[in-house]
Every structure is written in C-alpha cells, then in structure tokens.
Unconditional design. Structure first.
Length: 60
C-alpha cells in the first residue's frame, strides 16, 4: 500500500513553504527559512516557524 503524503491543514496552507514554492515566491521562502527550527514531516521543508510548514517537527 502506497503512503499518500497530502496536507490536511486547510485554509492555513497558503502561508506554507510548499504553497509559496508553487507560487514562485522564492524571496519570501528565503526570509522564512534563513534560521530553521522546524522541518515538515510531509515534504521535508525547513522553516523558522512551525506556522510555515504543514506538519512541523523539531529539527534534530
């Protein structure tokens, strides 16, 4: 059975790195990921704040 990695965060998704990337907003991504403290369990994106990823987990 294949694992399906999809976001379940709804309306909050618009400020997440995955959506910013698909919109081509690389400058904004650089600003919110210059000192990462969390990583997204779903896609692996690293961000300064848990608010900017779908499924945050602390960086080890």
């Amino acid at each position: 059975m294949e694992s399906n990695k999809t976001c379940q965060c709804g309306a909050k998704h618009t400020g997440h790195i995955c959506m910013l990337k698909s919109a081509g907003r690389s400058e904004e991504i650089a600003h919110i990921s210059d000192h990462p403290t969390v990583t997204c369990f779903t896609c692996g994106a690293e961000a300064n704040s848990a608010d900017n990823v779908c499924n945050p987990m602390p960086m080890g």
